[in-house]
Design a protein. Structure first.
Length: 461
């Protein structure tokens, strides 16, 4: 770790300890978005990257201040713990150093998730993260634009690779991330956050839109563009959200129709996608085919050798091919058990979003008949359903992106951030969670509105 990287990391750790809870998560997000993974402290065989160091200080903060998980332990928390348990349990079927590698994953992934669950508690915290992300991504966007046009990464001063990757004559900016696709993923994930703020914080939203689109452009990767299309499509579906069951059935019928007329398996449709002119869609489709053909090698607890799956491999790794699929990566790490838990986690998060949006819709429909006495204090409101929908769209974008990339550096924390946001916005959205018992005749809480708080205040005034 060079002196500049050490100073930046130390500042983030101090801020995480000193800031009020509502601002503390921003120190972690700034460190993740701007510090390269090459900056680390080595202690024996252990590698302490910047996110791991910041997470350690965050956990120290949680213990010192007695901060707890928002809304208690929810199903997503239990599934994340189960995922970490499967990851560690399957280490016995792998090489001797698998324990150390998986311990690092648990520290960074589970630690980041739990820390964010403690720091983000309600809709106001979520919107604060949205506003902060718009400004945090601005220096990243500017540096990647410079990198795109010069081929030199300005963040090499913080320890990133100095020279950019070039494919088919096109510079692919990566910023502080391990690959250009990972950088573009972060930009695509930030766009829904900026768009949500468009009416209430126009300047901040404009900065966010510029930053996100610039990052995606500079990455010169098809994956982030497809993720961008997925999140924009998800946001446009908000007025037709009740038609989602029909849309899902239509999508399944469309896939069956394609499967009937295509010579290759239906997933080979991604081999035909080439947005930037230098995409490797065939590699991703063939990887899925090889993964399915070699199911006996990984189904129990994963595998330590995948180089024979593909005619191409990685120069830095002589035992694995390039696993450009996050679902396949889970199977390689921990077999069918780990993959099943990961899919279960995604499914549970989508269910929470759907139940919370439907509950808010029902409350809005009852608003006309709901009269709260003037002398009573109104109950705390739920998050605006549009905000919860935005969190669900972010998750959908990541799922689409998982087909084309495996998150292997600090970019995975932006996916874990989405899970934490959903946990903060959907209290009591799971059927198996006990609900607090009130008096037999409690005062009915005022229902949530699809409008932003400011706009609703003007309407009532």
């Amino acid at each position: 770790m060079n002196p500049l990287g050490f100073a930046f990391t130390a500042a983030c750790c101090v801020l995480l300890l000193a800031l009020p809870r509502r601002w503390a998560a921003l120190a972690l997000l700034a460190a993740v978005a701007l510090m390269p993974r090459e900056q680390m402290v080595d202690i024996g065989p252990a590698h302490f990257t910047v996110p791991r160091l910041v997470i350690a200080f965050g956990m120290l903060r949680v213990l010192m201040r007695g901060e707890r998980l928002a809304h208690g332990v929810i199903d997503l928390d239990r599934l994340m713990l189960l995922w970490a348990g499967c990851l560690v349990a399957t280490a016995g079927f792998h090489t001797d150093d698998a324990w150390m590698f998986r311990a690092g994953l648990v520290w960074s992934d589970l630690g980041a998730y739990l820390l964010l669950r403690c720091l983000l508690r309600d809709a106001s915290d979520v919107e604060r993260v949205f506003r902060a992300m718009c400004w945090i991504l601005l220096p990243l966007a500017l540096s990647m634009l410079v990198e795109k046009h010069t081929g030199i990464n300005p963040l090499f001063l913080l320890g990133a690779y100095e020279y950019s990757a070039v494919r088919d004559g096109k510079i692919r900016a990566a910023g502080p991330f391990g690959h250009a696709i990972l950088a573009g993923t972060v930009g695509a994930a930030g766009l829904p956050m900026a768009l949500w703020l468009w009416r209430s914080h126009r300047t901040t939203a404009a900065v966010g839109v510029f930053s996100c689109l610039s990052i995606v452009y500079a990455s010169t990767s098809s994956g982030p563009v497809l993720m961008l299309a997925a999140v924009l499509g998800g946001l446009l579906l908000l007025p037709w959200r009740r038609a989602l069951p029909a849309l899902r059935v239509g999508a399944m019928l469309g896939l069956l129709a394609l499967s009937a007329v295509m010579k290759d398996p239906v997933y080979f449709i991604i081999a035909r996608i080439d947005i930037t002119g230098s995409s490797t869609g065939w590699h991703r489709a063939q990887l899925i085919r090889s993964w399915l053909d070699n199911v006996h090698e990984w189904v129990l607890a994963g595998t330590d050798y995948t180089r024979h799956w593909m005619p191409t491999g990685l120069q830095v790794n002589d035992i694995h091919t390039d696993i450009t699929n996050h679902f396949i990566q889970q199977a390689v790490w921990g077999g069918l058990p780990l993959l099943a838990v990961f899919v279960w986690l995604l499914w549970a998060a989508f269910l929470r979003v759907g139940r919370e949006v439907r509950a808010a819709e029902a409350a809005v429909e009852e608003e006309v008949t709901d009269v709260t006495p003037l002398d009573e204090e109104p109950a705390p409101r739920r998050a605006p359903p549009g905000l919860t929908w935005t969190a669900g769209v972010l998750l959908f974008g990541h799922v689409v992106n998982f087909v084309g990339i495996s998150l292997f550096d600090q970019s995975v924390i932006f996916f874990l951030l989405v899970l934490a946001l959903i946990g903060a916005l959907t209290p009591g959205a799971s059927r198996d969670e006990p609900q607090p018992q009130d008096d037999p005749a409690p005062a009915r809480a005022a229902p949530p509105s699809f409008e932003r708080p400011r706009e609703r205040g003007r309407a009532r005034a």
